[in-house]
Each structure stands twice: as structure tokens, then as C-alpha cells.
Design a protein around this ligand. Structure first.
Ligand SMILES: NC(=O)c1ccc[n+]([C@@H]2O[C@H](COP(=O)([O-])OP(=O)(O)OC[C@H]3O[C@@H](n4cnc5c(N)ncnc54)[C@H](OP(=O)(O)O)[C@@H]3O)[C@@H](O)[C@H]2O)c1
Length: 329
């Protein structure tokens, strides 16, 4: 595994682990023992950052709630001083979309809940999960600064942030990482790269495989559980989406063959080459994929190869890609 720096001095594995799908959005929650074993395997492979959120919940067969943090925190307890736990506040799921609340009182209540569920006395990286239009960035940054002073969190970040909001927040309390969507199918945040370099802020790329689509392991026959598996509603996985993405999938397969890699690895290696302080957090519940994704950090793309991929992507027909649930103000 290789390592990268987020912000001034937060060192994390170049490929880190998204844990959301273990309880949320990709079908019914997975077995806790199996996922704990997988997380331990990730530590052995050199993964050091583990991404969760207070709202990554699922429903168990008996109707009770499976909290992602209650899986991730206890699983990492034996390695607590060697790993970075990243979690998020300020969003709750509702039938209409995402409810945002980043008031100081809510953030404070959330941090206490996360510390309890994670069974730890500090959170390494704490994100505001979405911008809350009712709260100024300065107010959120002030709250985070106080939490850092109190030792409850070490670093903070913002998810799905834009330049203006980021600059205002960073001026009050330095931001260590943004966590925004990024993949070969979702490149709209690329203009932020220069701003991040200027401010020395890292980019944690979520949904780096376009929710798995860029692994080229799925086609129009793939079945996803309606309701619990969000892929059943994602445009890239529909029959029409798969058809529109044929060129992209062929290109990925061809490039992978040339580099003796897999399409998922090319997708990750491409973004690692795009920005020196970018860290993808692919999610998986399978050991072989955990290994495959980690090995992407070892694949080097030359500037010419990178330019060739970018040029191909710039001119390729693609379907729409899932862009997240609607935010309810
Ligand atoms: N900040 C935010 O708002 C936000 C939003 C979404 C996600 N996230 C974070 O980002 C992480 C990753 O995002 P994501 O899960 O949406 O998308 P992703 O990482 O692009 O894709 C995950 C999906 O791809 C499959 N997969 C992973 N590696 C694979 C491989 N090598 N070959 C074939 N399939 C593979 C996984 O299936 P299996 O599990 O079956 O292996 C899973 O269904 C999440 O876990 C979460 O921590 C943050």
C-alpha cells in the first residue's frame, strides 16, 4: 500500500475503505462478523482510513436499526491508534430525500452519538456531510474548531462542498479534506483541484467506481433489490444506461488489458494520477475486491497515458450517473 497526505499532516492509505455499503444503500445489512473480518483484513493489507457516517443505517430482519458506526468502531478497536476513523454529521435520510441540519447544537449532539456508537474517545476526521443552507460556513467551522480544542475530533472536512463555502469555512478553521463525488463518470468537481492545492486541502473521492459500475462487472441482467439497494434506481445501471456506456466499458477493458490490470483498478489508478492529494474510498464487502482495489495504488500511469484517458473520456458518450439523493431544505 502507498500513503498520501490530506491537509497539512493527516497521512492515510492511498486507497482507503468506504464502509457505507456494509449496512446501507446496497441491499440488506451484511453480517457483522463477516464485515468485522473484512475490516481486519483491510488493516492487514495496509488500509488505514475507514469511512462511515451517522446516517449509514439499515434495517435488520427483526426491524431494528443497523448502525454502520456500531460495526466500524468496534471492528477497529484493536487497531485504534493505527487507523483513521472518518465519520460525518448533518444529514438524516427521509422518504423525501436528505434532511440537512448543521446547527451547532445538532453537530454537538451528533458527535456525542458517534463517539458512543464508535466506542472511541475521539474521531480522527469529522465531516459536515452536506451544506446546510440555514447555517453559515463560519458557524460550522467555529463549532468544529471548538470540537478540535476539546479533543473530540482531530481534523475536519466537508462533503459535497463548493469553492465559495470551502474558502469561507477554511478561513475560520483549516479544513483537512473535502469529500466529494468523483469518478470517470462524475468529473464536475475537477475545477476544485487547483483550489485544494492552493489551500493544502485533500480530496477524498466518494463513489469512485460510479457505485461499482466502472468495475465492468455489471450489465443489463444485473438485479438489485428495489428499496434497499439504491442501484435499482441509478441511471448507469438501467438497460438504457448500460447501452449508452458500452464505449466506456470497452475502453476500460481495453486499457485494463494493456496495463495488466482490471477495469476497477484502472478507474482508481486514473484518479490517483489526477491529483497528488486525492484518496479514493471504494466500498466493498468482498475480500477479493478489497485486495484488487488496494493493488490499484501500485499502478502507475504515465502523463501520456493519463492524457490519453482524459481525452477519450472527454469525447465519449455516457449515460447519466447517480448524483446523490435530493437535499431537502
Ligand atoms: N460523502 C457522501 O455523501 C458519500 C456518498 C456515497 C458514498 N460515500 C462513501 O464512499 C464510499 C464508496 O462509495 P459507493 O459505495 O457509493 O461507491 P463505489 O465505491 O464506487 O462502489 C461500491 C460498489 O462497487 C462494488 N465494488 C467495489 N469494488 C469492486 C471491484 N473491484 N469489482 C467489482 N465491484 C466492486 C461494491 O460491491 P460489493 O460491496 O458487493 O463488493 C459496491 O457495490 C462509501 O462506502 C461511503 O463511505 C460518501
Amino acid at each position: 500500500m502507498k500513503y498520501r497526505t490530506l491537509g497539512r499532516d493527516l497521512t492515510v492509505s492511498a486507497v482507503s475503505l468506504g464502509c457505507m455499503g456494509m449496512t446501507h444503500a446496497f441491499g440488506a445489512p451484511s453480517d457483522t462478523k463477516e464485515m468485522t473480518k473484512l475490516i481486519h483484513e483491510a488493516v492487514d493489507l495496509g488500509y488505514t482510513m475507514f469511512d462511515t457516517a451517522e446516517c449509514y443505517t439499515g434495517t435488520l430482519p427483526d426491524g431494528s436499526t443497523a448502525y454502520n458506526e456500531e460495526l466500524v468502531g468496534p471492528a477497529l478497536k484493536p487497531y485504534r491508534d493505527k487507523v483513521i476513523i472518518a465519520t460525518k454529521c448533518g444529514v438524516q435520510h427521509s422518504p423525501d430525500g436528505l434532511l440537512t441540519d448543521s446547527s451547532p447544537e445538532t453537530i454537538r449532539r451528533s458527535v456525542e452519538g458517534s463517539l458512543k456508537r464508535l466506542d472511541t474517545d475521539h474521531i480522527d476526521l469529522y465531516y459536515q456531510h452536506r451544506i446546510d443552507p440555514k447555517v453559515e460556513p463560519e458557524t460550522v467551522a467555529e463549532t468544529m474548531a471548538q470540537l478540535i480544542k476539546e479533543g473530540k475530533i482531530r481534523y475536519w472536512g466537508i462533503s459535497e462542498v463548493n469553492e465559495e463555502y470551502l474558502r469561507r469555512a477554511h478561513a475560520v478553521c483549516p479544513v483537512t479534506a473535502v469529500q466529494n463525488r468523483y469518478s470517470m463518470m462524475a468529473r464536475w468537481h475537477e475545477p476544485l483541484f487547483a483550489v485544494l492545492e492552493e489551500l493544502r486541502i485533500g480530496y477524498v473521492a466518494f463513489s469512485p467506481l460510479a457505485n461499482g459500475f466502472l468495475s465492468a462487472q455489471y450489465d443489463e441482467t444485473s438485479k438489485f433489490e428495489p428499496g434497499t439497494d439504491y442501484r435499482s434506481r441509478m441511471p448507469q445501471f438501467t438497460a438504457e444506461g448500460v447501452r449508452q456506456n458500452q464505449k466506456l466499458l470497452s475502453f476500460l477493458e481495453h486499457t485494463a488489458q494493456e496495463k495488466n490490470a482490471t477495469p476497477a483498478q484502472i478507474s482508481l489508478a486514473w484518479m490517483l494520477a489526477k491529483h497528488p492529494n486525492l484518496v479514493p474510498i471504494p466500498g466493498t464487502r468482498k475480500s477479493e475486491r478489497l485486495r484488487e482495489n488496494a493493488a490499484a495504488a501500485e499502478i502507475e500511469l504515465t502523463p501520456e497515458e493519463l492524457a490519453h484517458i482524459d481525452c477519450a473520456l472527454n469525447h465519449m458518450e455516457m449515460s447519466a450517473v447517480f448524483g446523490g439523493s435530493k437535499t431537502v431544505k
